[in-house]
Ligand binder design. Structure first.
Ligand code: AMP
Length: 129
């Protein structure tokens, strides 16, 4: 148990509270909000790569997908992923299709160190490389 608590502490130490999405969550800088509930916030990407390009972030402080899955509780995790589907339903893109992306770490090309999911839709999203 102590080992697990130390692991969680180590992970928390790595989270950078000054990242831009942490600032958006603290309302220090604005965002173009699409959906929000107690666990999650969704907003339009400032530099859209498709007609629809939304970012979804959990309010839980975590830098990557793995950090989120390892350290958030089950309700927080399930609520976040259910809210992804709520946004998909709100946008009415389930039939036409969409792509979900999460970039993690250096090799994944992650720029903002707060776990986020990109929702891309509204047109054909090309092949991955
Ligand atoms: P990633 O490379 O997966 O970390 O993606 C970071 C994304 O955040 C990029 O698509 C940026 O365009 C987007 N982004 C950065 N700053 C903002 C902001 N202030 N509001 C909305 N999107 C942002």
């Amino acid at each position: 148990m102590k080992f697990i608590k130390n692991l969680i502490k180590e992970s928390k130490k790595m989270y950078n509270e000054n990242n831009i999405f942490a600032k958006i969550l603290r309302k220090e800088i604005p965002c173009d909000k699409v959906y929000e509930d107690g666990f999650s916030l969704f907003f339009n990407d400032i530099n859209p790569q498709a007609k629809i390009h939304i970012l979804g972030i959990p309010k839980f402080p975590c830098d990557t997908f793995s950090d989120f899955l390892k350290n958030a509780d089950s309700e927080t995790i399930s609520s976040f992923f259910k809210s992804v589907q709520i946004v998909i339903d709100d946008l009415n893109i389930e039939q036409s299709g969409y792509r979900l992306i999460t970039n993690s770490g250096e090799d994944g090309g992650q720029e903002v160190p707060h776990f986020h999911i990109h929702i891309l839709a509204g047109e054909k999203i090309g092949r991955i490389r």
